[in-house]
Design a protein around this ligand. Structure first.
Ligand code: SF4
Ligand code: SF4
Length: 90
C-alpha cells in the first residue's frame, strides 16, 4: 500500500563515500574481470562508452581495463562487436 510507505524525511541516511573516487577503489570485491585481447580490438570504443563505472580507459591508442573500479558486470564483454573481451576470474 502506498500510504504505508515512509516519507523521505523518515528514511535513515544511507552510506556516502566521502573520498574522491580515485582514492576509493570500488572494484576489489568483483569475482570476474574483463580481459581485452588487444590483437582483435578494433578500437570502436563501444566498451568505453557503455561501461557504467568508467572502468575502461582510452589512452588515445588502446582501451585498457581499470580493474580497481570494475564491478564485473560484463556489459563491455557482452556489447563488444568482435567479442574480444573475456570475463575471467580475477
Ligand atoms: S565488466 Fe562492467 S564495470 Fe567492468 S569494465 Fe566491463 S562494463 Fe565496466
Ligand atoms: S568494444 Fe571491443 S573492439 Fe571495441 S574498443 Fe572495446 S574491446 Fe575494442
Amino acid at each position: 500500500m502506498l500510504s504505508e510507505l515512509r516519507s523521505w524525511k523518515e528514511i535513515p541516511i544511507g552510506g556516502v563515500a566521502w573520498k574522491l573516487s580515485t582514492e576509493n577503489k570500488t572494484g576489489d570485491w568483483s569475482p570476474f574481470k574483463p580481459r581485452i585481447d588487444q590483437t582483435k580490438c578494433t578500437k570502436c570504443l563501444i566498451c568505453w562508452i557503455l561501461c557504467p563505472d568508467m572502468a575502461i580507459e582510452w589512452d588515445g591508442e588502446k582501451v585498457h581495463e581499470k580493474h580497481d573500479y570494475c564491478k564485473g558486470c560484463g556489459v563491455c564483454a557482452n556489447e563488444c562487436p568482435v567479442k574480444c573481451i573475456s570475463m575471467v576470474r580475477g
